[in-house]
Design a protein around this ligand. Sequence first.
Ligand SMILES: Cc1cc2nc3c(=O)[nH]c(=O)nc-3n(C[C@H](O)[C@H](O)[C@H](O)COP(=O)(O)O)c2cc1C
Length: 198
Amino acid sequence: MKKANTDFEILPILASRWSPRVFTNDVIKEEELRTMFEAGRWAASSNNLQPWLIIWGIKGTSAFDRIFDCLDEFNQSWAKNAQALFLGGYKKTNDDGKESFHALHDLGLFMGNVSAQAQHMDIALHQMAGVDYKKAMSEFNVPDNYHIATGIAVGYYGGDIEKLPEDLQEEETKTRSRKNQNSFTFNGDFNENIFKGE
Ligand SMILES: Cc1cc2nc3c(=O)[nH]c(=O)nc-3n(C[C@H](O)[C@H](O)[C@H](O)COP(=O)(O)O)c2cc1C
């Protein structure tokens, strides 16, 4: 458990969420994934376009192995500990074929819901930018008007950190940190000096 040291009291599921690189051996079932995706399904999206796309696989199945093969080497080194893997993507175009400027934002809202639901179920997500998205798109026949943005490793919190190399063990136990609110919230003009100073 790595509860955030928050400046204000926030929802416990948000304060206690973090991104582990080890998970327990408890199997993740399809119903649990479906529950998480249902939470995502009810996220807000621009014009209710719901541009998100999830490809998922449970450990021991070929979908898991095929997603795993699309992760970069670093992420493969620890994501082998996951009990399920996702690829997260979004549709890049609106129904009129024009570029959708808010689709990545909508995928973020979807994953925020998925993440909150998972936390409620004591399930951890670890999102990954380190994905070969071209390989993933070709492997899973994803059309060109979509983009695969992330991989996501999934499993129950509480895995054995001995499974990780030493440098990652350190990361696993270090205190979570964040920029101060005054570096990114402006009650008026953007202030670059504050922004640079974090
Ligand atoms: C979009 C996104 C991409 C990320 N990519 C990776 C990644 O490729 N590999 C990795 O180990 N962690 C990755 N992370 C995890 C972040 O490093 C982590 O969320 C951040 O350090 C904050 O830690 P916390 O989630 O435990 O609060 C990613 C997180 C997000 C949201």
